[in-house]
Design a protein around this ligand. Structure first.
Ligand code: ARG
Length: 462
């Protein structure tokens, strides 16, 4: 492509380190879409003839079909997707192909392709997050009144409802969606027309190509347009946070499936067996979904380090952006889809959850709150009295509700038998009807509200 100045070909190792076609062929659709928009603009501006424009567009469409059909011969000698497409276009239409690259450089071309690819990835992720939320909301509705132990420090804290627990993730994934939507808005400007770095002397119309490619506007600075990949970093930062959310849910699934817990079971569809221990059922999908978070953060770190300290504008270093971007997107998409599958698949062991929620003095706070509300004790004093009652119950090896009224009164003389009603797990969750609380009737309302709040898909909206 630059044969004019070069007499000899590259060393074999030069060709190998230089080529990106092995991975950037994934951007063929974006590359061809960008080229068609560029070509149509060149025709409209009278920079190339309509006849050449027609040949170019027909040729590009044919190349897209060839690639899609799997019949395209990618060549390392032609380095990357941009030159592979142009090389084939030359074979197909001859000299006219040479006019496509007027007023364009591979620098703005690759900046455009990567941007379009990331934007498409954001739209896929948005749809997957929407599906995951829908699955969580459906299951939350089903388990709105199912009582489970709520944990802090992974120690039984207070009873909660399983539906409420699942809706916590709906909120997290909702914020992830808004992070992706936010990053999509910011990235939605076209770098095309920045050419190599300084802009072009041809009378191109950057607004026209921006519009044709569904961007809000062309990027304001040509140097910035070819030099930055912050939108990709932003995508991977949002992906990392989202993957961390997935990893927490996945970890809970692993714990809940484990024999000492037995809170849920996954079916054959989402578990694997052991090659040696015939009794085993392993939650591999959850473990892998959990692991993706580390990998995606690694991808973010890799690109951040490539970009760090690079002088403006383009440097070949930036060719190293693609593999982490693709890997982060692939890993996140797979993790999201697998998590949705598990959420739809899991079956709660409601008796077991109830039994564990009822053990370990989980309603001790309810006793303290009862002392405050019914007897007017200051909370600190109520906390102290309850602590004594818990210690007594531990000594006797019974639940709080199994202490006699006399035992209770020995600690706090004004206690009445009404206290027992406050000590069941059902009463405990029902009492927490404050906005955002775990009460079953709240969960039912929250399910309906979540369906409204998260119904609209934002994909494709700049
Ligand atoms: N394959 C290159 C990349 O991925 C395309 C841009 C090449 N630009 C250049 N000036 N050599 O970054």
């Amino acid at each position: 492509m630059w044969g004019g100045r070069f007499a000899l070909g590259p060393a074999e190792i030069m060709e190998r380190i230089n080529a990106s076609i092995g991975f950037d062929q994934r951007m063929y659709r974006q590359d061809i879409r960008g080229s068609i928009a560029h070509c149509q603009m060149l025709v409209k501006q009278g920079i190339i003839s309509a006849a050449d424009g027609r040949k170019i567009v027909t040729g590009l469409r044919r190349i897209e079909e060839e690639i899609e059909a799997g019949g395209f011969a990618f060549s390392t000698r032609l380095e990357d997707i941009h030159m592979n497409v142009e090389g084939r276009l030359t074979q197909l239409i001859g000299d006219a192909a040479g006019r496509l690259h007027t007023a364009r450089s591979r620098n703005d071309q690759v900046a455009l392709d990567v941007r379009l690819w990331v934007r498409d990835a954001v739209d896929r992720v948005e749809a997957l997050l929407h599906d995951l939320q829908a699955a969580l909301i459906d299951r939350a509705e089903e388990y709105a009144a199912t009582i489970m132990p709520g944990f802090t420090h992974l120690q039984t804290a207070q009873p909660v409802t399983f539906g409420h627990h699942l809706l916590a993730y709906v909120e997290m994934f909702g914020r992830d969606r808004s992070r992706f939507a936010d990053c999509r808005k910011r990235m939605n400007e076209s770098p095309l027309g920045a050419a190599a770095l300084a802009g072009s002397p041809h009378a191109i119309d950057r607004h026209m190509t921006a519009k044709a490619l569904d961007f809000d506007r062309p990027m304001a600075n040509s140097l910035d347009a070819v030099a930055d990949r912050d939108y990709a970093l932003e995508f991977m930062a949002a992906a990392t946070i989202c993957a961390v959310h997935i990893s927490r849910l996945a970890e809970e699934i692993v714990i809940w499936c484990s024999a000492p817990f037995r809170f849920i079971a996954l079916s054959d569809a989402f578990t694997t067996g052991s090659s040696i221990m015939p009794q085993k059922r392993n939650p591999d999908a959850a473990e892998l979904a959990r692991a993706k978070s580390g990998r995606i953060l690694g991808d973010f770190t890799a690109l951040a380090m490539v970009m760090k300290g690079l002088p403006l504008t383009y440097g070949k270093d930036m060719q190293e952006d693609k593999e982490p971007i693709f890997d982060a997107a692939d890993s996140l998409e797979l993790g999201l889809a697998a998590t949705t599958g598990m959420v739809r698949d899991l079956k709660a062991n409601t008796e077991r959850m109830h039994a564990v929620a009822s053990a370990d003095y989980s309603t001790a706070t309810d006793l303290a709150d009862w002392l405050v509300r019914s007897l007017g004790l200051p909370f600190r004093q109520a906390h102290h009295a309850t602590g004594k009652l818990v210690a007594l119950a531990v000594t006797k090896g019974v639940d709080l509700g199994a202490l006699s009224l006399d035992d209770m009164r020995a600690v706090e003389p004004k206690i009445t038998k009404d206290v027992y009603r406050a000590l069941t797990v059902e009463a405990s969750v029902a009492a927490r009807s404050v906005f955002g609380g775990t009460a079953p009737k709240n969960v039912k309302k929250a399910v309906a509200a979540a369906r409204r709040r998260f119904a609209a898909k934002t994909a494709g909206k700049g």
